[in-house]
Design a protein. Structure first.
Length: 284
């Protein structure tokens, strides 16, 4: 009898062991999604520029990611042969970013453009480096490849227009649709349109929220006929707004560009707004 009971306990133990190794299905939980990558700046050595009397500057190119804009800068360390002074370096110039051979952004240094999203970018910059105190003044072209991994932020606002081209000696009606997609922020935005100065282009509208901007010193009442400034206050998710504009062109062509400034409030924090580039209406 004791031998039989020992065998029974052995069989029961063997049956329980696999059950202990398998967690109950109702205890399973999905893994938490990874936290979004915070905004960051990535830098890489871009080249060394040489000048007279042993002056040189080691330049890096830096790009920020994770926000609607991509800030680009070119910090440098500058030296002069056998100099004992410690220099501070001022950099200026222009930059271009290419992805798969296609130009996706460009601007001045330092400066910014819309963040095109994650990917590997080839940056080329024409840079001038000057030292403080004086002693180094060099310029040239530098290059760096940066791989940005932050996802492109979800759009909070959008601008559309119902036409893409204008013609000289014509009057064209453009209907712009402005959307707010985010529940954050509020319904206020400043919508701006501007044609090319000196072409004789005129922008007009019957929309009482829009004015041609006032210029000059008080009490002058001169206004820019080729620009409009519209104060929108009722933008809500699911409730876009429209602005109808008449563009009068004379014999010279002019494009019309658009942009939107908006608030994304965070209490009383000062820099909580954003600027969105809208579509450009070309002329041919």
């Amino acid at each position: 009898m004791p031998r039989r009971w020992t065998r029974l306990r052995t069989l029961l133990g063997a049956a329980v062991l696999p059950l202990a190794l398998v967690s109950p299905a109702w205890g399973d939980t999905d893994p938490a999604p990874p936290a979004p990558e915070p905004p960051s700046t990535l830098c890489a050595p871009a080249g060394t520029l040489h000048g007279a009397r042993g002056a040189h500057a080691m330049v890096s190119l830096c790009a920020g990611s994770g926000t609607p804009t991509m800030a680009v800068s070119a910090p440098a360390t500058c030296r002069q042969l056998r100099a004992t002074v410690h220099y501070a370096c001022r950099t200026s110039g222009t930059w271009t970013a290419r992805r798969a051979g296609e130009t996706v952004a460009s601007g001045t240094l330092p400066g910014s453009g819309q963040y095109p999203g994650p990917g590997t970018y080839d940056f080329t910059a024409t840079v001038r480096v000057r030292s403080i105190p004086e002693g180094v003044d060099v310029e040239g072209t530098v290059r760096a490849t940066l791989t940005l991994t932050a996802p492109r932020p979800k759009a909070t606002h959008g601008i559309e227009v119902d036409r893409s081209t204008l013609r000289p000696d014509s009057v064209t009606t453009l209907t712009y649709t402005v959307r707010r997609e985010s529940d954050e922020g509020d319904g206020s935005a400043r919508f701006g349109l501007i044609a090319e100065e000196g072409t004789g282009a005129e922008l007009t509208t019957t929309d009482t929220r829009c004015v041609n901007p006032l210029i000059g010193r008080h009490p002058a009442q001169d206004r820019l006929p080729h620009a409009l400034d519209c104060a929108l206050t009722d933008l809500q998710p699911g409730h876009p707004d429209t602005v109808v504009v008449r563009v009068t062109l004379k014999s010279r062509c002019s494009t019309v560009v658009s942009k939107l400034g908006y608030w994304m409030p965070q209490g009383q924090t000062l820099y909580t707004g954003g600027m969105l580039a809208g579509p450009t209406v070309t002329c041919s």
